[in-house]
Design a protein around this ligand. Structure first.
Ligand SMILES: [Zn+2]
Ligand SMILES: [Zn+2]
Ligand SMILES: [Zn+2]
Ligand SMILES: [Zn+2]
Length: 203
C-alpha cells in the first residue's frame, strides 16, 4: 500500500484527514494555508501562471489565484500569517505606505509648529512642552521612515524561506520523525521510510 500523504508545501506539516474524491483544495491545520491537492492524490493539474513548468501548490489568500511557492510571500497580520502573491503583497504593503505618509505629515506639522510656539511672547515659552513636542515629532518621523523603508524591498518567497530552514513557527523540522531503522529524518506521517523502506510503527 503506497498511500502517499499530503504535506503542506508551506510549513511541512502532514495533512492527515481523508481527502474526498474531487476535492481540489484543502486548508492546512497548522499554518492555515490553502493547499492545492496534488494530481497524484486526485487534484487537478494547475500550473503556476509565472512558472508554466511548475505545478501550483497553494492559493493566494487575497486573490485566490494558484501559485507555486516561489511566487507566494508571507504577510504577517494580527493573529496569523497570510500567503499572498506578489501583486497582493504590494497592495497590502501599499496600505502601510499610506500610514507612513500620514505619520510623516503629522511630524512635519509638529516640527513647523514649534518655532511659532517659541516666538509667541506671552506667556514665557514652556521649554518642557517644546521639548516634548520635538521629541514627539522625531518619534513620528522615525516611525514613518521605518514604514517607508519596509515598503521597498520584496521579502524572500515561501520557497526561499523554506530553503533557509523554514520560518518562524513553521519549521518543517517539527513535523519530522526519525526512522525506526536508519534514524534518518522522515515526514511524521510516513508509514514507510523513503530511504531504507522500513515500516514505521505507531503511525
Ligand atoms: Zn501548513
Ligand atoms: Zn494574490
Ligand atoms: Zn511560480
Ligand atoms: Zn529508514
Amino acid at each position: 500500500m503506497a498511500e502517499e500523504a499530503l504535506t503542506c508545501p508551506f510549513c511541512g506539516a502532514p495533512y492527515r484527514a481523508i481527502i474526498p474524491a474531487g476535492t481540489i483544495q484543502v486548508k492546512c491545520d497548522y499554518c492555515g494555508a490553502t493547499i492545492l491537492v496534488p494530481p497524484r492524490l486526485g487534484g487537478a493539474v494547475r500550473q503556476c501562471p509565472n512558472h508554466p513548468d511548475t505545478l501550483a501548490v497553494g492559493l493566494c489568500n487575497d486573490c485566490g489565484q494558484s501559485y507555486c511557492t516561489r511566487c507566494l510571500y508571507i504577510f504577517n497580520v494580527e493573529g496569523g500569517k497570510l500567503h499572498v502573491c506578489a501583486k497582493c503583497y504590494e497592495k497590502r504593503r501599499g496600505m502601510k505606505t499610506v500610514w507612513a505618509s500620514i505619520l510623516l505629515i503629522f511630524s512635519i506639522a509638529l516640527l513647523l509648529a514649534i518655532p511659532f510656539i517659541i516666538a509667541t511672547p506671552t506667556p514665557s515659552p514652556d521649554t518642557g512642552g517644546v521639548l516634548q513636542m520635538l521629541f514627539g515629532a522625531i518619534l513620528l518621523l522615525t516611525l514613518s521612515l521605518v514604514g517607508f523603508s519596509a515598503g521597498k524591498k520584496m521579502p524572500p518567497s515561501v520557497h526561499d524561506m523554506l530553503q533557509q530552514g523554514g520560518y518562524e513557527g513553521h519549521n518543517p523540522k517539527s513535523f519530522l520523525k526519525k526512522c525506526v531503522k536508519c534514524q534518518k529524518e522522515i515526514p511524521i506521517a510516513s508509514e514507510e521510510c523513503p530511504y531504507c523502506e522500513a515500516k514505521q510503527k505507531g503511525t
